[in-house]
Design a protein around this ligand. Sequence first.
Ligand SMILES: NC(=O)c1ccc[n+]([C@@H]2O[C@H](COP(=O)([O-])OP(=O)(O)OC[C@H]3O[C@@H](n4cnc5c(N)ncnc54)[C@H](OP(=O)(O)O)[C@@H]3O)[C@@H](O)[C@H]2O)c1
Length: 236
Amino acid sequence: MGGNFVIAGGSKGIGLEIVNQLVPSADRIDVFSRSQGDLADHEKVFRHDMDFTGTDLNFSDIPEVVNGVVYCPGTINLRSFRALKPADFRADFEVNLVGAVKFLQGCLPSLKKGSMEKRASVVMFSTVAVAQGLSMHASVAAAKGAVEGLTRSLAAEWAPKIRVNCIAPALTDTPLASRFFSSPENREAMALKYPLGRTGVPADLASTARFLLSSDSSWMTGQVLAVDGGMSTLRK
Ligand SMILES: NC(=O)c1ccc[n+]([C@@H]2O[C@H](COP(=O)([O-])OP(=O)(O)OC[C@H]3O[C@@H](n4cnc5c(N)ncnc54)[C@H](OP(=O)(O)O)[C@@H]3O)[C@@H](O)[C@H]2O)c1
């Protein structure tokens, strides 16, 4: 595939697996996260400290030309609507939506240069809880609904130069979701909810992100792809 990629949240979970899948073919990968996490040292990978809830974020370290960017930071703040405070909604909105806005505005000049090579792709992350109403998900579903709206708006605004797509996962075994996998019984109970008989692993989502970053998806933009074991559309 070649090219330069910037992964927000490439130190753990799905973002880390995206980095690992890109490493063999990418020219350079820049990762922004608050910690090193599980990211291994590699000559092609450059990690920069960043908290996307902060202000005045500095993207000057990314290459002049970028061919693909992915925004991974997200939340799973599950509580009844009654228990959720306005501050919870603001916090989820800050990480999921406003952080993505800061990231994309920071990367845009380099992405525009990537688009001159006809290769500029953006991948965002939503959740199954937008397409399917799930109780206790009001705050994260509202924030991710905004991410899906942003995806389609930017896909229109930036076409035909920059493609913008989004992936909507269901429960996936990452640090963010570790509390749902705390025992073999929990794991088994979660798997039974899925038409495909299992919950997700980071590679399920990373391979979809890799496809969306590559020219194999060059006629796709403005899409929200459900990668969710069938949860959003099927009932067994
Ligand atoms: N896992 C699931 O079951 C699931 C289900 C539906 C949707 N999703 C969505 O999929 C995406 C990826 O989820 P994941 O499970 O891979 O999450 P994860 O395990 O928490 O990994 C998130 C990554 O983002 C970074 N990050 C988090 N907050 C940040 C911040 N404020 N500033 C900078 N970096 C930050 C983390 O690194 P540091 O901690 O080092 O900063 C980490 O590298 C998220 O948008 C999530 O909402 C996940």
